[in-house]
Design a protein around this ligand. Structure first.
Ligand SMILES: C[S@@+](CC[C@H](N)C(=O)[O-])C[C@H]1O[C@@H](n2cnc3c(N)ncnc32)[C@H](O)[C@@H]1O
Length: 456
């Protein structure tokens, strides 16, 4: 199967050409299964894709399909995912012989993406791992970062073992290797915590939540026992062992040695590199593939909070400020929505104004989401070269029990910015992992819309 991936080449040219012709003839979205189109991607654990979990990850098949053809891009091209999350598009770009930039507001996502697409020497990784073990066993230096409610999430014994392990990891001086171990540490933090592994944001694992489901209740009970008995160093070794195998697999699969970089922490302000204030040049990008956030669907910062604090990517007191940069967030102070602010999308404004009368916060969350996405799309239109493609993966949701066709609104924004719609596909979401049961005002996302735009 790995060999098939190496030879994926231009295997989707014909299929894309047919989809394009069908759509241009009938002008109707086409039902399309990416799982069936890319049947050889049956196992998700390819290259470094599973190096670290992340909420609402993109189905690998989608970027794989759009990258292994010459319709959308060519080998050596420079792509961009402005909402890159854990770097699925970046990694698939490398595997398809493209270079790719990424942007994300979540520092944990930035770090995962960077590590996921780095070429690391497996022998050096093993050497550093032995150094970490030796340091851990022979030193009692504790490095304990500030973690919100630390006693709720970790027993004193586990806090102590994590602090000692972090002290040992901090002795690795090469930043790329240090980052790899930090990512493994971040996976470990969540696994040895008292948080329910089935819920993306940290909530304490309680057996009575599973009273109506005996299998899940047994699993939860086993989980509580495992965390009680866990040896942090052993768990860390287990995670590192699996991740070194993934890096090894990436090194074998990636024959092109292309590059991926995180260039910005905000899709609304794409800079030429991460610490620069100089904008990414206009018309410098050959393709864009992205799955943006939704209004109120995933709490990316809260979901990452234990890892963000333990890895010291952010001080706990700055978590709120970080969240305020997240498009789709739910926390607003009343002063921000004392009156209805139109989005400029007529189709959305009528409904949002009605909702505003009885649930102003919900109306504001959805409205502000569209306004911020409009700024992000303006940036996408600025950096993409003329005549090039922008692939958008989005779903529809609900606001206060009413259908909120996010995909359609995003399409209207893109068209206003001069994009034409070349292909529209609809795929069922089969994996439960991709879904998110949300609060009573929103629904479960079950279908994804994949729209291929062209910049005119
Ligand atoms: C659906 S997820 C992307 C998942 C990604 N495709 C993957 O496979 O992991 C959306 C991402 O948008 C990010 N995001 C939210 N606001 C942002 C902003 N202003 N700029 C850039 N990224 C942002 C979130 O942190 C989240 O990682």
């Amino acid at each position: 199967m790995d060999l098939l991936r190496i030879d994926a080449g231009n295997r989707f040219d014909e299929q894309l050409d047919k989809l394009y012709k069908d759509y241009q003839t009938h002008n109707e979205p086409i039902e399309f299964s990416f799982r069936k189109a890319v049947p050889y991607l049956t196992k998700a654990d390819i290259a470094t894709h599973l190096i670290h979990p992340y909420p609402a990850k993109l189905l690998t098949h989608i970027p794989h399909f759009f990258l292994n053809n010459e319709f959308i891009s060519q080998k050596g091209d420079l792509g961009l995912d402005p909402f890159c999350g854990s770097g699925t598009v970046l990694l698939e770009s490398l595997l398809a012989g493209r270079n790719c930039y990424g942007a994300d507001a979540n520092p944990l996502a930035q770090l995962i993406s960077q590590v996921k697409t780095s070429y690391l020497n497996v022998e050096l990784l093993n050497l550093h791992l032995s150094e970490i073990k030796e340091y851990y066993l022979n030193n009692e230096n504790l490095h304990t970062p500030k973690v919100v409610n630390i006693d709720l999430w970790f027993s004193k014994r586990i806090q102590n073992e994590l602090s000692r392990l972090l002290g040992a990891i901090r002795t690795i001086k090469d930043i790329n290797y240090y980052n790899f171990f930090l990512i493994c540490f971040s996976v470990c933090v969540r696994k040895v915590s008292n948080a329910d592994p089935r819920v993306s944001v940290p909530v304490k694992l309680k057996l009575n939540r599973y009273d109506n489901h005996q299998i899940l209740k047994n699993k939860a009970s086993q989980n509580i026992e495992d965390v009680f008995n866990v040896n942090v160093l052993d768990k860390f070794f287990e995670i590192v062992g699996m991740n070194i195998k993934r890096v090894d697999n990436l090194n074998q699969l990636n024959k092109y040695k292309n590059k991926a970089h995180i260039i910005s922490n905000d899709a609304r302000n794409l800079t030429e590199n991460f610490n620069s204030t100089t904008l990414l040049p206009s018309e410098s990008i050959d393709y864009i593939i992205t799955s943006p956030p939704y209004a109120g669907a995933q709490k990316y910062i809260r979901a990452s909070s234990l890892s963000l604090c333990w890895t010291e990517l952010i001080e706990p007191m700055l978590l709120k400020e970080l969240n305020s940069k997240n498009i789709g967030r739910e926390n607003y102070v009343k002063a921000e929505y004392i009156e209805f602010i139109p989005t400029g999308i007529i189709e959305a404004d009528q409904m949002l104004e009605e909702i505003y009368r009885y649930y102003p916060l919900r109306s504001h969350i959805a409205g502000n989401y569209l306004r911020e996405m409009c700024i992000a799309f303006t940036e996408i239109a600025r950096v993409l070269k003329k005549g090039k493609y922008f692939v958008l993966v989005a779903a529809n949701n609900q606001v206060c029990g009413r259908d909120f066709p996010t995909q359609n609104y995003l399409k209207i924004i893109a068209q206003k910015l001069g994009f034409s719609v070349e292909i529209e596909l609809i795929d069922e979401i089969h994996s439960y992992g991709l879904m998110t049961k949300r609060n009573k005002t929103a629904n479960v996302i079950t279908r994804e819309w994949i729209t291929v735009f062209k910049k005119q």
